[in-house]
Design a binder for this molecule. Sequence first.
Ligand code: FES
Length: 124
Amino acid sequence: MTIRICRLSDLPDPGSLGFELGPGVEGRSCVLVRRGDAVWAYENRCPHTGAPLDWRPGQVLSPEGTHIQCALHLAQFRMEDGQCVHGPCVGQSLRAVPVRREGAWVVLAATDRGASTSSEEADG
Ligand code: FES
């Protein structure tokens, strides 16, 4: 079963969007990030303290739009692999959620878990 998260066009470039995995996975909050035609998704949880990454629901990009940035202590993570490259948890990584493009859609990859977006806004 294919689970659609959103249309690629729902995401600014660069941009981010929050979504929830569930049911049955205890409400895992996740974030989808886009750069160009590429998308990646991660659990919305900083490896530093476990705090949510977003400074506004679903908004996790640095001001330049180049990295995922934790709102709490400003750790920065590479979009492409979730590795922390600046801040208090350098060398640690965000936990990836497998996603892929399928036509105009971004879908969960290789999972039977449901998803729903947690934010209608995705203004980068
Ligand atoms: S909780 Fe994310 S940098 Fe501290």
